[in-house]
Design a protein around this ligand. Structure first.
Ligand SMILES: [Fe+2]
Length: 189
């Protein structure tokens, strides 16, 4: 078996005269994201907090009205919106950017349970369109962020389907009738 003499070879490649190494100037500054991506993320961050407060208000309204299952459902929605917001912020800090959280509306008024679903559907569909537009723009400027934002497009796609189902179910009952509305809530939440 042939034994290669790596040590000897390595020694032969060393320069005969030691060269002077450049001065050490401390750690280099890591790269960041383009300004338009930072702005895009900060705007979506505001939308995620808007959604959080929307569902927080919806949960409060349902609890107050004694729609227990719907209250629990909207509680969970409020929590997952905070997770979405955290995900965007973690991505920014990972790229050495301090997130700027925009002002988000904290209060909401609801007329009834279907009013909440109508508003939730519009909000989720609006955000689905925004994330889809953002992803299209990211395709040409930052492939890694394009991949990251895919998860948010998927989440919105799921939410649009979820509220679309609830709207279709609401058509099956007379929501002016209290008992039918309670049946709807018990069945579909
Ligand atoms: Fe969200």
């Amino acid at each position: 078996m042939e034994i290669k003499k790596f040590g000897v070879q390595a020694q032969a490649q060393r320069p005969s005269q030691p060269t002077e190494s450049p001065a050490f100037n401390g750690p280099i500054t890591p790269n960041s994201l383009p300004e338009e991506i930072i702005n895009m993320f900060n705007e979506r961050l505001g939308d995620e907090y808007t959604a959080h407060y929307f569902y927080r208000n919806a949960a409060n309204w349902c609890k107050n009205m004694n729609y227990k299952k719907a209250a629990e459902f909207f509680e969970a929605e409020a929590t997952s919106e905070l997770e979405h917001a955290k995900g965007l912020q973690d991505y920014l800090t990972q790229w050495n950017i301090i997130p700027q959280i925009p002002q988000a509306p904290t209060t909401q008024n609801f007329m009834n349970l279907v009013d909440i679903i109508n508003k939730a559907y519009n909000m989720e569909f609006g955000l689905f369109e925004k994330y889809s537009e953002n992803q299209k723009a990211l395709d040409s400027i930052h492939p890694a962020t394009f991949n990251f934002i895919q998860k948010y497009v998927d989440l919105q796609n799921g939410s649009v389907a979820e509220y679309s189902d609830l709207l279709n179910a609401a058509v099956l009952v007379d929501t002016n009738d209290k008992f039918q509305t309670l049946y709807f809530e018990q069945t579909y939440f």
